[in-house]
Design a protein around this ligand. Structure first.
Ligand code: GDP
Length: 429
């Protein structure tokens, strides 16, 4: 298989960065196709520990070419800072190994500002935004009120376009929120500085990807967040503002005709959810504290404590369907080693009715989890590298998931390091 998407099956933070970092070994090109710098992939490799926000995880591999597609929220300021930070730790990023789509829209400082103003306005009703400007950015993109990165190459027309957009944006900032307007000069300076910094990386990523595909190269698509945060299929309105699904990968990359041949859906061995919104298996008290501590469940971008709970197989089956997963990578199995009995949610009670179907978002608030309990293995499995060396109880846990989700588990991750992985069955890369 020459194309593969690595996607989240749940609420995000499933360990996609870790899987992409591993799988890039088998691919020539790694593409980020949606979302922005609002989430963080954590990658641990021989170069150190890194929190990636917008850069594709292939930046750590020599010879891999990384692409930021037209579907991403391209914040040139934060992207540049991220690039500089990685460079300071010895990671090389050049126009040779990073290509940025000329059709990606630019995320401006006012998008971050609007995000903050709106969350403040909502008070205790807020969505739990990371305030990186993602929702205002995508709204503006759909309103056709953004600047395409490629416009940086046409300075005269850009000047006119910027003037119009700044004027329009200030109307909302001042009129709706009573906030300070942005001066045109201030925005022009910002564009000169950060737009100028990313300009050498711009290209037609569609043409690039098509050429690579025709040359027989292998392409990996890397998603942000998970199926339940997808704008169309997730727990709306507690979703993100883009499509996190594998089927969006070719569109958000620049080459809609590329097939997605293999979809690795990343599932964490238990559930976590950062931010607001319904989360049926949420635990509280000491049980939750223990799982959060063992799993180090704090946001990579914000440091926020994540909500935690047992694995929710109702949501996971739905997420796997939405993603059309051809195989599952199960991460953080090692974290469950402390548990005597492991609860797993296999159905919901919705209005007194037991169901295995993931319901319409409004019903999730009242849904109650139905648990089955599996035996724990109560030993350290972080050094295990072969399926047959896993304790029988851990094997049963994996098989139980496969059976309920109806998808093979081909990778089992037992630690954050690149080689802490058990490969199972034939993974046809
Ligand atoms: P992503 O956004 O989906 O990449 O997920 P995050 O980076 O937010 O969360 C994954 C976290 O778990 C990171 O800190 C990883 O280093 C860590 N991690 C990933 N896989 C494993 C694993 O199998 N075991 C352990 N102990 N940690 C893991």
């Amino acid at each position: 298989m020459r194309t593969c998407a690595v996607v989240g099956v749940n609420w995000g933070d499933e360990g996609k960065g870790r899987m992409v970092d591993l799988l890039t070994e088998d691919y020539d090109v790694v593409v980020r196709y949606q979302g922005g710098g609002n989430a963080g992939h954590t990658v641990v490799n021989e170069k150190g520990k890194f929190a990636l926000h917008l850069l594709p995880s292939g930046v750590f591999r020599d010879g891999v070419i990384n692409v930021l597609g037209n579907g991403v929220a391209l914040d040139p300021e934060n992207l540049w800072k991220e690039m500089e930070e990685l460079r300071s730790k010895g990671v090389e990023i050049t126009p040779e190994n990073l290509k940025i789509s000329d059709r990606a829209s630019l995320l401006f400082p006012w998008h971050r500002k609007m995000d903050e103003l709106e969350e403040n306005r909502l008070g205790d009703q807020q969505y739990g935004s990371t305030k990186q400007g993602i929702a205002p950015f995508y709204s503006d993109k759909y309103q056709k009120k953004t600047i395409l990165a490629g416009e940086l190459l046409y300075p005269e027309r850009l000047k006119e376009h910027l003037r119009g957009i700044t004027e329009w944006k200030n109307l909302t900032l001042q009129g709706v929120y009573g906030a300070e307007p942005y001066g045109l000069e201030q925005i022009e300076e910002w564009v000169d500085l950060y737009g100028g910094a990313i300009r050498p990386f711009l290209c037609d990523t569609g043409e690039f990807l098509k050429d690579e595909w025709e040359k027989g190269k292998r392409i990996l698509f890397e998603a942000q967040l998970g199926a339940l945060r997808d704008l169309d299929y997730g727990i709306y309105p507690f979703t993100t503002s883009s499509n996190t699904t594998a089927s969006y990968a070719p569109i958000g990359s620049g080459c809609p005709s590329l097939p997605v041949e293999k979809v690795v859906g990343v599932v964490k061995a238990y559930s976590t959810c950062v931010g607001e919104g319904p989360f049926v298996t949420e635990m509280s008290g000491k049980e939750a504290d223990d799982l959060r501590e063992y799993g180090a469940e704090y946001g990579a971008k914000t440091g926020r404590a994540r909500r935690v709970g047992p694995l929710d197989l109702v949501a996971t089956r739905y997420g796997a369907e939405v993603q059309n997963t051809t195989e599952i990578a199960l991460t953080k199995l090692d974290i469950l080693s402390y548990m005597d009995r492991i609860p797993v949610c296999t159905a919901y009670l919705v209005d007194g009715e037991k169901t295995e179907k993931f319901p319409f978002p409004d019903s999730l608030d009242s849904a109650k989890p139905c648990y089955e309990y599996l035996d724990g293995w109560k030993c350290d499995i972080s050094g295990v590298r072969r399926w047959e060396d896993l304790p029988a109880q851990a094997q049963d846990y994996v098989r139980f998931i496969e059976d309920k989700v109806k998808c093979p588990v081909t990778y089992i991750s037992v630690g954050p390091e690149r080689d802490s992985i058990i490969r199972r069955g034939e993974s046809d890369v």
